[in-house]
Design a protein around this ligand. Structure first.
Ligand SMILES: NC(=O)c1ccc[n+]([C@@H]2O[C@H](COP(=O)([O-])OP(=O)(O)OC[C@H]3O[C@@H](n4cnc5c(N)ncnc54)[C@H](OP(=O)(O)O)[C@@H]3O)[C@@H](O)[C@H]2O)c1
Length: 264
């Protein structure tokens, strides 16, 4: 049975780059996001360029029913999902009280609940086949000290790191590799979508990575079965210091600086 890689958030940025690099490696793909036209065009292009099968499924992952419908779609279409890239995500700028509950709830649904639920649907089949690859795209923000503004983002990404690490330990002897991929600032649509492009463009060049490199490192990390991959030397230093030093020291070192790039 043909193997497929399911990628959420495949219409832009890191997810789109995963689609290209996995297609190049011969993976058949199932692309998931809201923008159907982009998915359709990308599917056609990848099919033509790499002679693989590419399906797409347009879904708003803020809709709590979607993980189950997506799973059913895969079953009915006979798609053997052997790789899962939980990547869809976005930041919500502003202080906690200035965003309504729906905004926070949707954010938790897309970046946290749906990540866990999609894993829960597809992981058992991977165990059964003694083969599976899962990359949950987290962030350096999962390690860095908390910031004011974008209130839930760091907490959600810390959760994704810890959840993925636990799943990694469970999957280890069952043939399923699980990696939390933790990029720092990466050139994608992310900061255009959340309206912080102007603020973050003041960051020095060395803080930025291209999605090509982020994704390449992610694929290598999951093949090696690394539980956590922080992209880039600078980001690894920040993550290591954040984990090793007392909270008051990391807050003093980083928090004042990162606050400059958080929209409130
Ligand atoms: N860029 C960075 O600096 C950075 C750093 C660390 C971590 N990350 C993480 O990397 C991941 C990918 O982000 P990116 O930088 O590639 O951003 P991006 O270019 O804005 O892409 C985000 C993707 O998520 C999809 N998406 C957003 N909301 C969705 C929803 N409700 N339902 C389904 N799909 C949804 C978007 O597709 P549609 O709009 O078509 O639905 C798009 O394909 C995110 O989890 C982000 O937190 C990014």
């Amino acid at each position: 049975m043909k193997r497929y890689a399911l990628i959420t958030g495949a219409s832009a940025g890191i997810g789109k780059e995963f689609a290209h690099q996995l297609a190049q490696k011969g993976w058949n793909l199932l692309l998931v996001a809201r923008r159907e036209e982009i998915l359709k065009e990308l599917s056609e292009q990848l099919k033509q360029d790499y002679k693989i099968d590419v399906r797409y499924y347009n879904a708003d992952l803020a809709d709590t029913t979607q993980p189950q419908i997506l799973y059913r779609f895969c079953q009915e279409s006979n798609l053997n999902i052997a790789m899962l890239i939980n990547n869809a995500g976005y930041g919500v700028p502003g202080d906690f009280e200035n965003n309504d509950w729906k905004t926070h709830k949707d954010n938790l649904q897309v970046m946290l609940n749906s990540v866990v639920e999609i894993c829960h649907f597809f992981y058992p089949n991977m165990i059964q086949q003694k083969y599976g690859r899962i990359i949950n795209v987290a962030s350096l923000a999962g390690f860095a000290p908390p910031t004011a503004g974008h209130t839930l983002y760091g907490g959600i990404k810390s959760f994704v790191v810890r959840f993925s690490h636990s799943l990694h330990l469970e999957g280890k002897k069952k043939g399923v590799h699980v990696t939390a991929l933790c990029p720092g600032f990466t050139f994608t649509e992310f900061h255009d979508v959340n309206g912080t492009r102007q603020m973050v463009s003041k960051l020095p060049n060395f803080m930025w990575m291209k999605s090509k490199k982020v994704v390449k490192q992610g694929i290598i990390a999951v093949e090696k079965n690394q539980p956590v991959k922080v992209n880039g030397k600078i980001n690894r230093i920040i993550a290591a210091l954040s984990s090793a030093l007392p909270n008051w020291v990391t807050r003093m070192l980083f928090a004042g600086k990162t606050n400059k790039y958080r929209k409130r």
